[in-house]
Structures are given as structure tokens and as C-alpha cells.
Unconditional design. Structure first.
Length: 303
């Protein structure tokens, strides 16, 4: 019986057979860039934007990417066309792209060091786990601002979407000790808020949607959609440094992220935030209309 497919280093293969070598630089150095795209009604959303960000991440991380974007797009479309057949009614896919500098041969007892071999490129899909996001839409997101700070851009360019995630792992564990349901919202070295491990952060003050400056955060594709929808709805949108006190006293706040698009925030550091906010609801409705899917309903009616 056919199985879901993945792509790894020039080959399509059964997803369960796709494995990375234990001496790959992605494991040894944590030198992995990635991107995550999703489907609506089994069609990839903003694939060109995700490919552009993936290419930028590879360039900034000095990870060679010899496969051109049009070929990666063809691979992605082929995987989605094949793997969507395994979905239940109302389900959609997440598509992961990742790249590493490739195997480090001397860790396998062979000749060659980091970057001497061909780079690794992989793509795979998974059914979006909507049940994981139901609490966000039923109760609103909880955020905790831990003591741990965001990695400075002088150390790692914020525009790189990467999997060197130990800082985020530790921040999340610190947040969970305070509130097991919370995600960590980090600050930079000037104590201005940045983002969470998996989402961009936005708030509303004076009727305007505000985002931390893009130079200090990952340039989210979903963040770009929020800005576009604000323009369509004639809601002011701006980027500026945001203090924690501004966040806690916000008129409303929300997260934007590829899997669930946009979710309202109901508490920051234990302080309640008005939820669900009017602007959040406007943006969610506009997003649903744009993609032809009732986003909230899809999350509540699928596993």
C-alpha cells in the first residue's frame, strides 16, 4: 500500500524511511535552517514567500542551497498532492523544508570536515495537529516573560529561521514552571519584547496594531498577512519597540503563526488581557475569507 512521501537529498522516499545521518552538521552543530508552510483546502499558502525566507535563511546561515526555488516548489507541490490523500475530511498539511551543511565525514571515520560534502536538503509533511491549538481559541493564549533573554542579533541574525533552539527550550521550561499552559515571550538586551518560539507577537494600543521592529524578530509570513489585512480593514499598523508594561496594559494582543494563523492572548505574566478583542476578531474573519476556510471552525472540528 502506498505511504506518505518525503524528499531527502534528491530522492522521494517513504516518509518513514527518511533519516538524517548521525554525523550530519544539523545534529553536531545544530546548523539547520528550516521553514514551515501550510495548506488550506490542500493548497499551499504563500509558498513563494516561504521559499524566499528559506533561501534568505540559507544565505545568512552560510548553508549552501544549490537547488533552485522552482525545483523546491515542484517538490513541495508533489508531496502535498500525494500526501493529502491520507488526510481526513477538513484536515490540512504542514510542509517542512530544512537544510544543513551536510555530513561531517570525520565523525564517521572518513576523510573530510564540515562543509566538505554535499549539503542536506529535506522536505516532509504532517497533518496539522489542530487539537493542539483548540485551547488558544477557546481560552486565549497565556504568555510568560522569563528572565532568559532573546539571542542578540549580533550573535545570530534574527532573519534566520533555524533550529538551534536550546535558548527557546530553556525559556519555555522557565515559563512552564510559572504557568504550565504558557508560552515564553522573550525580551532583547534592552528589555523590549520580541517574539515567542513559534509565533510573532502583536498588540493593540490606541486602535493601532503594533509589532516589534522586524530587525529584532523573525520576519513572519503570517505577520506580513496581518499587516496586509490591517491595510484592507483600514486598521493602523506600525513597528516600534514595545516595553513589557505596554504589553500588560494593551487593549488586546495576539500571536501570528503559520499553523493557526492568528490567536488572541488572554494573559501576560498572569495579568488578564481583554480577550477576544474586536480587532483580533476582525482579522480572523478577514483571514478566513481570504483563504476560503473558517479557521476557528477547522481547528475545533478536526483532531
Amino acid at each position: 500500500m502506498p505511504l506518505p512521501l518525503a524528499y531527502l537529498n534528491g530522492q522521494f522516499l517513504a516518509q518513514e524511511a527518511a533519516h538524517i545521518a548521525i554525523h550530519d552538521a544539523g545534529f553536531i552543530f545544530g546548523a539547520t535552517v528550516s521553514d514551515l508552510c501550510r495548506t488550506f483546502n490542500h493548497r499551499l499558502f504563500r509558498l513563494a514567500d516561504h521559499l524566499a525566507r528559506f533561501r534568505l535563511s540559507c544565505t545568512c546561515a552560510l548553508i549552501p542551497q544549490p537547488v533552485p526555488d522552482n525545483e523546491i516548489a515542484d517538490i513541495a507541490e508533489r508531496l502535498v498532492a500525494h500526501n493529502s490523500a491520507y488526510l481526513g475530511p477538513g484536515q490540512d498539511l504542514g510542509l517542512v523544508m530544512f537544510a544543513t551543511p551536510g555530513p561531517i565525514a570525520y565523525y564517521a571515520g572518513q576523510a573530510g570536515g564540515p562543509g566538505d560534502g554535499p549539503p542536506t536538503l529535506g522536505l516532509h509533511t504532517f497533518p496539522l495537529p489542530f487539537s493542539r491549538y483548540q485551547r488558544l481559541f477557546a481560552q486565549g493564549a497565556h504568555l510568560v516573560v522569563p528572565d532568559r533573554k532573546h539571542v542578540p542579533a549580533a550573535c545570530v541574525d534574527a532573519s534566520i529561521k533555524q533550529r538551534s533552539r536550546i535558548t527557546w527550550w530553556l525559556a519555555e521550561q522557565e515559563a512552564h514552571q510559572i504557568d504550565p499552559r504558557a508560552s515564553a515571550l522573550l525580551r532583547d538586551d534592552l528589555d523590549m519584547v520580541t517574539e515567542t518560539a513559534a509565533a510573532n507577537f502583536l498588540l493593540v494600543r490606541g486602535g493601532a496594531v503594533l509589532s516589534p521592529p522586524r530587525a529584532s524578530i523573525l520576519g513572519g509570513i503570517s505577520l506580513q498577512v496581518v499587516q496586509e489585512l490591517c491595510s484592507e480593514l483600514e486598521i493602523p499598523f506600525a513597528e516600534r519597540a514595545l516595553s513589557l508594561s505596554e504589553c500588560i496594559s494593551a487593549e488586546e494582543a495576539f500571536l501570528s503563526s503559520t499553523p493557526y494563523c492568528i490567536a488572541g492572548i488572554s494573559a501576560i505574566n498572569g495579568t488578564s488581557i481583554p480577550w477576544p478583542g474586536r480587532i483580533f476578531q476582525q482579522l480572523l474573519a478577514a483571514w478566513s475569507a481570504r483563504v476560503g476556510v473558517d479557521i476557528s471552525r477547522q481547528i475545533f472540528t478536526n483532531p
